[in-house]
Ligand binder design. Structure first.
Ligand code: UDX
Length: 446
């Protein structure tokens, strides 16, 4: 009999994981405590923009014409416990209000709700990003609360998906990491991931703390790489060098690699910023805080980028924002996403508005979320409308649509042809040829 899987928590991670598991051929039951979310998913819709996800749901959600019918949704814990051999816990772990530590309440309540219904052997698999040491504690909770006792086992299997590539990353991951304490748990997870492993995806078996740490270490490394190149941008700017050229040149060294070396206004989103902070907090609890003090610097280099962009904009419009119109291209924290959580673009837009600038924002997908979070900013329906009458155009999220803009057409409607590229992603030659002053971060000001 093929394994039956459940996915607990159908937000970003859970909805993608559920659909991907159905694509791999399993029968899947997704659970969420929000009935509205379940209703939407049952119609094959998701409340966020993620390329390919709705198509994947449509291929499998039961009741949709032509679907495999392998994917269903529910709000019943009992139904989930009766149905599943393997339960994936995919709830979120946001940053606690006013603290660095991460909020484990959703994970803890998922375990508390599921465990009392586990009357037969089952494997519960945590996928959420958690402080190291959580799995050990949750395994105990499971043993104590589940009627199946030792038959209810825990594994930890961190998720590395990127927004904008969630479907691809889940179906074709770079690696699969599992933290297990028994051969049975390992065998079950090998069965679940047999498809990607057959395609050559490495399968790394570890203990609980190592599996938990792999995720936080990977995100800490990525954040460090971005802040490293942004630190080089600061030095390049001071010395009159070009950080984009520098990044290209060091990236040819295979030990360094070319990816994640784009200098600009820095990282944001729902993962990297909160994960490095939670990592520092946890290291402190473990008495290893000195090991991660460099992450405080990674965080502050990153936050400085936003302020620096505001300063460049102020300079560009003559030293003060009062009476100046600023067009902001980009609201999402990165392209191909409508996520505006801790978005550097919106942070810059908000700071400029607070300092008296008249800001108009346009983003291909992030407008609704941006409006909800920053209702007092101005918004325009197109890039052209956003730049009309602008004294400076700030390019803050590198959507393809912005790279394909015609600088000549935009030049006809602005007050001043001045573009500041906060992502080092536009073609300087193209903009300069059309009569624009192009300025980027960490590059010479021509
Ligand atoms: C990240 C990790 O990449 C992923 O593995 C993990 O599971 C979740 O966190 P995500 O938050 O979707 O994924 O975004 P990512 O593509 O990593 O980008 C994060 C931020 O870094 C974005 O704001 C992006 O604009 C910025 N960034 C990225 C840079 O500033 N420069 C770069 O070179 C790359």
């Amino acid at each position: 009999m093929p394994l039956k899987l459940t996915v607990i928590g159908t937000g970003y991670l859970g909805a993608t994981h559920a659909a991907a598991m159905a694509e791999l051929g399993f029968e899947v039951l997704g659970l969420d405590i929000e009935p509205a979310k379940i209703e939407m998913l049952a119609q094959g819709r998701v409340p966020m923009y993620e390329p390919g996800l709705e198509d994947l749901l449509a291929r499998h959600v039961d009741g949709i014409e032509g679907s495999s019918g392998r994917l269903r949704f529910t709000t019943s814990w009992q139904e989930v416990a009766e149905f599943g051999d393997v339960h994936f816990v995919c709830v979120n772990t946001p940053q606690k209000h006013g603290e660095y530590a991460c909020d484990m309440s959703y994970v803890e309540s998922a375990f508390a709700m599921l465990a009392p219904h586990l009357t037969r052997p089952a494997l519960v698999v945590g996928k959420s990003t958690v402080p190291v040491g959580s799995a050990e504690r949750l395994a105990r909770t499971l043993r104590e609360l589940a009627p199946a006792g030792d038959g209810a086992e825990l594994a930890w299997n961190p998720e590395f998906l990127r927004e904008g590539f969630a479907v691809q990353d889940t179906l074709h991951p770079d690696r699969i990491v599992v933290g297990v304490t028994s051969e049975r748990a390992e065998a079950l997870l090998r069965e679940v991931y047999a498809g990607p492993v057959a395609e050559g995806t490495p399968f790394v078996v570890a203990d609980y703390p190592t599996a938990e740490l792999v995720k936080t270490a990977a995100n800490a490394f990525l954040a460090t790489k971005i802040s490293f190149i942004n630190a080089m941008a600061e030095v390049s700017e001071a010395a009159g060098g070009d950080v984009a050229k520098l990044a290209e040149a060091i990236g040819y060294d295979e030990r360094i690699g070319a990816k994640f070396l784009r200098a600009g206004i820095g990282f944001g989103g729902g993962c990297l910023p909160k994960d490095i902070r939670a990592f520092m907090a946890r290291a402190g609890e473990l008495g290893a805080d000195q090991a991660l003090t460099f992450l405080r610097e990674v965080d502050s280099i990153n936050m400085r980028r936003r302020g620096h962009m505001v300063e460049l904009a102020r300079e560009a419009v003559g030293g003060g924002f009062l009476g100046r119109r600023i067009a902001v291209l980009g609201a999402a924290f990165k392209p191909d996403s409508d996520d505006v959580r801790d978005s550097p673009a919106l942070n810059v837009a908000g700071q400029i508005q607070l300092q008296g600038g008249q800001v108009t924002v346009y983003d291909p997908k992030g407008m609704d979320n941006a409006r909800r979070l920053f209702p007092t900013l101005g918004y325009a329906p197109t890039a052209l409308d956003a730049v009309r009458g602008a004294d400076a155009v700030l390019h803050l999220t590198e959507w393809r649509e912005f790279r394909e803009l015609d600088p000549a057409a935009l030049g006809d409607v602005v007050r001043q042809r001045c573009v500041l590229d906060g992502r080092n992603a536009l073609d300087p030659a193209l903009w300069r040829k059309a009569g624009w002053t192009y300025r980027a971060m960490g590059r010479p000001h021509a």
